[in-house]
Design a protein around this ligand. Structure first.
Ligand SMILES: [Zn+2]
Length: 244
């Protein structure tokens, strides 16, 4: 084979499409709430098709800027910050309005308790304090650790829950949190200590958002069903975001 022919063959090989990278680059935001670091990192290292890195507060806000956001495909929130500058607010809103896939987990529902636009981004909110929203008074939300509860899959054909049957989980549950009326439920429970909706999809600007309430610790992180949900959520958010 001549060198020319070899070169021609190489250049004729299909290139990987820009919107289908071999591994999705995930930025995991942490800070503002404790968690068991080692099993959390192990889970992320073992998730298939994922290249992840962590950013801790206060560094996270710098990564909402458009030039920095080009370095990750999906933003995952596992943080529970309270403070955010006006500049960081504007950067996050602009990023999501333009289209950045977003998966929010567990205690991120209680982030930015004084910034209702964040509640609108996630399509729900854990009220750290009583709040009034659109003329309705909401009490503070509640939590309970180490609860075994049934999880019902709302639609086994949905890309996030495809092929999954109802299952039990041992995890922390939250009660009395707010879910936006325009969120689409993915997972529900009949556990009385929990609010009924445990996961949902939501749109904000051009971004696809998925929120999953479970994920306090290893009992969920080491659960294969939870890992499947998380990977599916990341791919769904990525696939359904209009521009990235
Ligand atoms: Zn927790």
């Amino acid at each position: 084979m001549t060198r020319y022919l070899l070169l021609a063959l190489i250049t004729a090989l299909p290139t990987v499409a820009q919107d289908a990278p071999a591994k999705l680059r995930i930025l995991v935001a942490t800070g503002g709430h404790d968690f068991e670091r080692k099993p959390f990192e192990t889970m992320w290292n073992e998730l298939p098709g994922i290249a992840w890195r962590e950013a801790q507060h206060p560094d996270v806000h710098r990564l909402f800027r458009p030039d920095a956001a080009r370095d990750y495909d999906v933003l995952v929130l596992y943080d529970m910050p309270s403070a955010i500058s006006d500049e960081a607010k504007a950067d996050l809103v602009a990023l999501l309005t333009a289209g950045k896939p977003l998966v929010a987990l567990h205690h991120s529902l209680g982030g930015y308790d004084a910034w209702p636009e964040y509640w609108a981004i996630l399509g729900g909110h854990y009220m750290l304090a009583p709040h009034r929203l659109n003329g309705i008074d909401y009490p503070a939300s509640t939590y309970e650790h180490d609860v075994t509860f049934p999880v019902k899959v709302v639609d086994p054909k949905h890309p996030v829950t495809k092929g999954l049957a109802d299952f039990d989980l041992l995890d922390e549950v939250y009660g009395r949190f707010w879910v936006a009326p325009n969120s689409t439920p993915l997972l529900t429970t009949t556990e009385p200590k929990s609010s009924p909706t445990l996961g949902w999809t939501h749109r904000y600007g051009r971004s696809q958002v998925v929120y999953l309430e479970p994920g306090h610790g290893p009992t969920s992180w080491n659960n294969p069903v939870y890992r499947t949900l998380l990977v599916n959520a990341i791919h769904f958010a990525y696939d359904q975001t209009i521009t990235r």
